[in-house]
Design a protein around this ligand. Structure first.
Ligand code: G4P
Length: 534
């Protein structure tokens, strides 16, 4: 692979200061709390609790649905931008629930790094592992935050060991916790030889920092009881011997993850993590297109849609396409080519997502995420450019794991159903297949809960009650091959065939045996479970 860090011209300062990343975690590990503290230290909000009022249901801006509040899950992802020192952080929120993995996967195509949050008592959990694997596929640099250290947690070496064993990545401690559970005092900052003490009295206050000469500095004795101090010195000595040093190049290549220990709710360790993101997460990276690589410093603006969100504002039936700018300096009012339709778009009211507000983006740079309100022209995978017919690669669409037929409760309104389902397919919330034989639609999702979300949204947004019912099919695969072969295959397998919302042919079945048979009997045809969106 090309080493992006080397052989590259210096980036314009506005691009070089950007860090675009996502947080990956298992539900409950503390992602929301950490996000809130990021915004607090980024100066984007005045007081913690504005992202989600304590004791109430979550109230992030993306929380526009009753379902989200009822279930306490974040159905929709969003992007937040804020400054931290001289850096501009773009945090792309990933929905945490396992049912929404496809959306999450695509979010990860828009970032240059990921922060993995784990619970110090639970270690690596299932959802974290899944997301981690996607990051690995893309060689995304991963920074780890081990949260909830104020509670009873595992032994530090056990936590690090588990990550190394389970996720097959080297781990290098950037900080080392002192004491555990009720005795947790804070951390020794291994990168800066400082003692960071947690303030248990005020959760929004950052505790004291004591600058030290090193581990033997007698100043430590004033703050740490002798038994804990002895243990700390011993553990750090062992860690330095046994664990790899923090090598920035290995971090950028995705082979080594630095780990910070902290307690998001107590604002502890968060600033150190943010400093770590500034120092170790990369600046905007080269993006791949079919014809060439696109470097962020190129003059011309390019970008791709990685997410579409409808009805962010329930009063307007608008959609917002989230665009990752891959290159250039964007200015409001610019005319960009919408490559798929070959039409020029005047981007008059692009949106930047600053903490809890949307705000008009007068300008944006490579690495930024802007929202473009539109009436449905922009779809996931679409490219925007200043004239070049680009096609970005690597934005996947996954074959659904569940299929159900969707019927309108009121047959007179069947036309609305078509419209509603098309909208959700374009948003990436579901796959919608139109069978070659018969009427109606087959809707594919990754997790069962998505059917409930869809039914509730169709009713809420289109006033149309719907039912989802089992069908004779359980799997769907896209059919790839040359045109003639695909036509021949379609004609011979009509009972199994459908088209997706892009008009691409899909083969549906309930038996793995069928899929194997197709592979055996039709060597010119490939059945695929991943389709590139563009
Ligand atoms: P998520 O977005 O990853 O799902 O996690 P979230 O931030 O919502 O945190 C899950 C729970 O863990 C919350 O408690 C939160 O307050 C708590 N939490 C987060 N960070 C820490 C920490 O450093 N230490 C401790 N002890 N707890 C932490 P909750 O009871 O579900 O909600 P709430 O009543 O506190 O709002």
């Amino acid at each position: 692979m090309l080493d992006h860090a080397q052989n590259r011209p210096e980036l314009p300062p506005e691009i070089a200061r950007r860090r675009t990343f996502a947080i990956i975690s298992h539900p409950d590990a503390g992602k929301t709390t950490l996000t809130e503290k990021f915004l607090l230290f980024g100066g984007a909000i005045q007081m913690a609790g504005q992202v989600r009022a304590k004791g109430e249901a979550r109230r992030t801006r993306s929380d526009f649905m009753q379902m989200e509040k009822d279930r306490g899950i974040s159905v929709s992802a969003s992007a937040m931008s804020f400054d931290f020192g001289k850096y501009r952080f773009n945090l792309v929120d990933t929905p945490g629930h396992s049912d929404f993995s496809e959306d999450t996967y695509r979010t990860l195509t828009a970032v240059d790094a990921a922060v993995m949050v784990i619970d110090g008592a639970k270690g690596v959990e299932s959802q974290t592992r899944k997301l981690f694997e996607v990051c690995r596929l893309r060689d995304l640099p991963i920074l780890t935050f081990c949260n909830k250290m104020d509670r009873e947690s595992r032994e530090t070496f056990d936590i690090i060991d588990e990550i190394q064993q389970n996720l097959a990545i080297d781990v290098s401690p950037a900080s080392w916790p002192i004491g555990r559970g009720a005795d947790f005092l804070g951390c020794y900052d291994l990168l800066r030889n400082r003692l960071e003490l947690m303030d248990r009295a005020d959760r929004n206050k950052v505790g004291e920092t004591i600058v030290l000469e090193g581990l033997d500095d007698p100043a430590m004795e004033a703050h740490i009881p002798p038994d804990l101090l002895g243990q700390l010195r011993e553990e750090i000595e062992m860690a330095r011997e046994l664990l790899p040093a923090l090598d920035p190049k290995s971090v950028r290549e995705g082979h080594l993850s630095p780990i910070w220990f902290g307690s998001a709710i107590n604002s502890f360790g968060v600033k150190e993590l943010m400093d770590g993101i500034a120092a170790y997460a990369p600046e905007p990276q080269i993006q791949k297109s079919e014809s060439r690589q696109i470097a962020p410093e190129e003059d011309k603006v390019t970008g791709f849609v990685f997410k579409v969100q409808a009805n962010m504002d329930p009063k307007h039936r608008d959609r917002v396409a989230f665009v990752r700018l891959a290159s250039g300096h964007f200015e409001r009012g610019m005319k960009l080519l919408h490559v798929r339709s070959k039409k020029q778009m005047s981007v008059a009211s692009p949106v930047l997502f600053l903490a809890a507000d949307r705000e008009l983006a007068e300008e944006a740079w490579a690495g930024d995420i802007i929202g473009i309100p539109n009436h449905g022209q922009l779809r996931i995978g679409d490219a925007l450019s200043e004239g070049e017919a680009l096609r970005f690669t690597g934005i996947p669409s996954f074959a659904p794991e569940l299929l159900q037929a969707c019927r309108a409760g009121d047959p007179m309104k069947a036309k609305h159903l078509d419209k509603a389902l098309t909208q959700f397919a374009e948003e990436g919330a579901a796959k919608v297949f139109k069978p070659v034989f018969g009427s109606g639609f087959i809707v594919g999702v990754v997790g069962q809960l998505q059917y409930e979300v869809l039914a509730s949204r169709i009713e809420l947004e289109y006033g149309l009650p719907v039912r989802f019912e089992p069908t004779q099919f359980t799997s769907a695969r896209w059919v790839a091959g040359d045109k003639l072969a695909v036509e021949k295959f379609t004609a011979a397998n009509k009972q199994h065939m459908a088209t997706d919302t892009d008009g691409d042919p899909v083969y549906m079945t309930r038996l793995q045996w069928d899929i194997d048979r197709v592979e055996r009997d039709y060597p010119d045809i490939r059945l695929t479970s991943i389709k590139e969106m563009h």
